[in-house]
Design a binder for this molecule. Structure first.
Ligand SMILES: Nc1ncnc2c1ncn2[C@@H]1O[C@H](COP(=O)(O)OP(=O)(O)OP(=O)(O)O)[C@@H](O)[C@H]1O
Length: 748
């Protein structure tokens, strides 16, 4: 104890010294920032007064150009001092959270390494006084206990000994306590953190990143890193901390925000994760849902069903035969087999589907259709069909241009004969020439413009075309039924989501696509919900990217998956190197909630809960909907009174959510969560399962868990997703007969 007092005093003295450094640097940074702003104003004023205001003439442009350099350097100085101010202000709130005393084999003394959310240099001593959590040496904290340890520095591996591992609680600038972290105490600290209430925005976990999570976050050796993890094992947290790490790591390979793209399951999730990178001191990274990629890729922006509506439609479909056919059709069109058919179709377009007409001009056949076709077929195979056709167009018009010289005297003669106005002969001849060229251009554009939607419709609508392209592909037994169902759907002006994907893939095969060429890292969360065609599209869209892919084969919606998912992904993306990490420990749920949720998975699924206890989930029955509503309200109010901030009432689909909302809205303050909704900070939310993916609530109520709603293997997975959204409390409600999947819990 006495020793603790002494240590505490030493730590407080150190902390105060650090605070002083931060304050001094903050003062300087603010001065630098104001000065740079003033300099920028000055340069602007100077430019305004002394330079020409037009860059159109040479002198004006030359005068303006002498200001570009000072303007750029002033702007850079403002940005970097603003960044420094942000960092220092963050450090003032919580300067560091850990310390390790490390003695490398090459040195004789232990160095005190303080670890925080950013690097702090001591300007006088030119040393680092706080190490960024992403620095190589900080990995010692996440990966080792006291004793032998090593880390990989840019110059090679450094081995040594950790003499001390200490953690600090510094909140809002106040040093609260420290403890020396053996495994047990560190677990206690993590338990305390996990016991807190959630908020509508995801939090950072830098203080408690676990060893295997750290390995995933810092992996730079694999082009494709895949993580299979049970619900709540930290996949999304890993994804975002990894992005922050990749942006920090190695000067030469450092990624800019614009080099990275995150693929989220829905827009609500995009909002949920939007705070993490700014909290880590990084700019936000572009986050998209797959539908955005489809919209960006299709030139004429056809209307198509959203991914959300596609899954909602399946979940809520009550006719088992319609649902089965819809699913078979969808699964076929998003399969590897279908993408192979689309590949063959794209390859066969110039030989079999584009009609190359004879091109005539000045009464002569300038090019025969056969010549044009052969010319395209002989072009370099690595360029896209769209580019080949545009080269062909150029070739045709170069020739016509030459022939126009001979053509003009003839047109003049014709004009003389035609014209009722003898003085306008030349003008009239020019008009005739333009008319001819326009007609010719129309004729050429007609066969070279490839409309992916019409081409796709032709593939589905033409008897036997698809069959003829599928020589080496195994087709579903009921392919005839699938095709006629698809034809009916394609008659609609809005494309089904799976058709929009197929059209996108076809467009990517035949068209040019440079939109995402700069992207170097693609992060895909909730990967289990994507089909092979999604990954084929990603491969086409992001040819220069490395991938981080995170998923849980047990959290599929209207789909069954197994570990072969990761083999298929690897097979499609063809990375130089790949690895798959499996994480079985959940940090989100109490151990009672996790073991209750495990009844929805196959026996033998490995899982481990972070040892945090809570109430046993209850399965509550009511004799009527009215009484059930009453019980829901009772539980929501109870949860609120317990201090839980976010309470999620999870329904099977959007329709059920809406109807429950309209019955409860005058009796309880609540929010109905739609797609595109803004995330609120706290409250009671009614949300369909699809929208709840990836999110979490302090207390979860699953509505209507009766036999009719939850009876298929796919429904069982929905119950797993819904029940694992709960951090501290979980209860299930039903009328009639309980779903046969629910055995555990205490029936009331
Ligand atoms: N090392 C950690 N320290 C503290 N909290 C953690 C840690 N890892 C995960 N968590 C917390 O556990 C919860 C679940 O994390 P996350 O959402 O990243 O898991 P997930 O695997 O993506 O879950 P799901 O599959 O359900 O989407 C979050 O509240 C997160 O902050």
């Amino acid at each position: 104890m006495e020793n603790y007092e002494q240590e505490l005093n030493a730590e407080l003295a150190h902390y105060n010294e650090i605070l002083e450094v931060i304050h001094l640097q903050l003062e300087d940074a603010k001065k630098d920032n104001s000065k740079s702003i003033e300099d920028l104003r000055e340069t602007n004023r100077d430019m305004w007064e002394n330079a020409s205001h037009s860059a159109d003439d040479f002198d004006g442009a030359a005068q303006l150009s002498q200001f570009y350099q000072p303007l750029a350097s002033n702007t850079f100085a403002i940005e970097s001092s603003a960044k420094k101010i942000q960092l220092l202000e963050r450090l003032l709130q919580s300067a560091y959270f850990a310390r390790i005393d490390f003695c490398s084999a090459a040195k004789e003394q232990y160095e005190k390494v303080y670890i925080g959310r950013g690097t702090l240099f001591n300007d006088q001593e030119k040393g680092i006084i706080i190490y960024d959590w992403r620095s190589p040496i900080a990995s010692l904290f996440y990966r080792f206990e006291t004793g032998n340890a090593h880390y990989d520095a840019p110059g090679g591996r450094i081995a040594g000994d950790i003499g001390l591992k200490r953690q600090y609680e510094i909140k809002k600038g106040v040093f609260e306590y420290f403890f020396d972290a053996d495994v047990q105490i560190a677990d206690e600290f993590l338990r305390k953190m996990l016991s807190g209430n959630t908020s509508s925005k995801m939090k950072t976990i830098v203080e408690t990143i676990q060893k295997d999570q750290d390995i995933a976050i810092r992996d730079v050796t694999h082009d494709l890193l895949m993580v299979q993890g049970i619900a709540g094992s930290g996949k999304t947290s890993i994804a975002l901390h990894r992005v922050a790490y990749l942006k920090y790591q190695g000067l030469s390979s450092r990624l800019k925000s614009s080099d990275i793209i995150i693929l989220s399951p829905n827009t609500l999730f995009e909002q949920y994760i939007s705070n993490v990178l700014p909290e880590l001191g990084e700019d936000e990274v572009k986050s998209v849902v797959f539908d955005d990629l489809v919209t960006d890729s299709l030139p004429d922006k056809p209307a198509f069903q959203s991914r959300y509506n596609q899954t909602e439609m399946l979940i809520s479909c009550t006719s088992s035969t319609t649902k089965a056919l819809k699913k078979q059709s969808m699964e076929f069109k998003m399969s590897k087999a279908f993408s192979r058919i689309l590949n063959s179709y794209a390859d066969s377009l110039p030989t079999s589907h584009i009609v190359f007409p004879d091109i005539e001009y000045d009464g002569k056949t300038v090019f025969t259709g056969q010549y044009l076709k052969d010319r395209v077929l002989q072009m370099n195979g690595s360029i896209s069909l769209a580019v080949k056709l545009s080269h062909l167009r150029q070739h045709i018009f170069n020739e016509i241009h030459e022939m126009r010289k001979d053509r003009m005297p003839k047109l003049l003669r014709q004009a003389r004969e035609d014209s009722e106005h003898p003085f306008d002969w030349e003008e009239h001849a020019r008009e005739l020439s333009i008319e001819e060229s326009t007609l010719l251009a129309q004729k050429v554009d007609e066969f070279i413009k490839l409309d992916p939607v019409s081409l796709y419709k032709k593939l589905i609508d033409t008897d036997d075309l698809l069959l003829s392209l599928s020589a080496e592909t195994e087709l579903p037994n009921n392919i005839g039924e699938i095709l006629s169902y698809s034809r009916k759907q394609l008659a609609d002006s809005t494309l089904q989501n799976e058709d929009a994907l197929a059209v996108t893939y076809l467009q990517l095969l035949i068209g040019t696509n440079d939109t995402y060429r700069n992207i170097r890292q693609v992060v895909v969360d909730e990967a289990q919900d994507y089909y092979d065609l999604h990954f084929e599209i990603l491969k086409q869209l992001f040819p220069n990217a490395r991938y981080t892919i995170l998923g849980d084969i047990n959290q599929t919606i209207e789909k069954q998956e197994n570990m072969s998912l990761y083999e298929r992904i690897t097979d499609i993306l063809q990375p130089n190197s790949s690895c798959l990490m499996v994480m079985n420990k959940s940090f989100r749920c109490t151990k009672e909630i996790l073991s209750f949720s495990m009844q929805f998975l196959d026996d033998g699924t490995l899982f481990e809960s972070f040892n945090r206890g809570g109430d046993i989930p209850q399965v509550i029955k009511a004799d009527s909907i009215d009484l059930l509503d009453g019980k829901i309200i009772e539980e929501a109010v109870y949860s609120k009174n317990q201090g839980y901030q976010s309470i999620g009432i999870i329904c099977k689909d959007a329709q059920e959510s809406e109807s429950l909302y309209s019955r409860l809205k005058d009796r309880l303050s609540l929010h109905l969560v739609h797609s595109g909704e803004n995330l609120n900070t706290a409250g009671v939310f009614i949300i369909p399962i699809t929208m709840s993916k990836g999110l979490e609530f302090d207390s979860v109520l699953i509505y209507g868990v009766n036999k009719e709603s939850y009876h298929s293997t796919d429904d069982k997975k929905l119950l797993y997703i819904a029940s694992t959204r709960a951090l501290h409390r979980l209860n299930l409600f039903y009328t009639g007969e309980k779903s046969a999947f629910i055995g555990g819990g205490m029936g009331i």
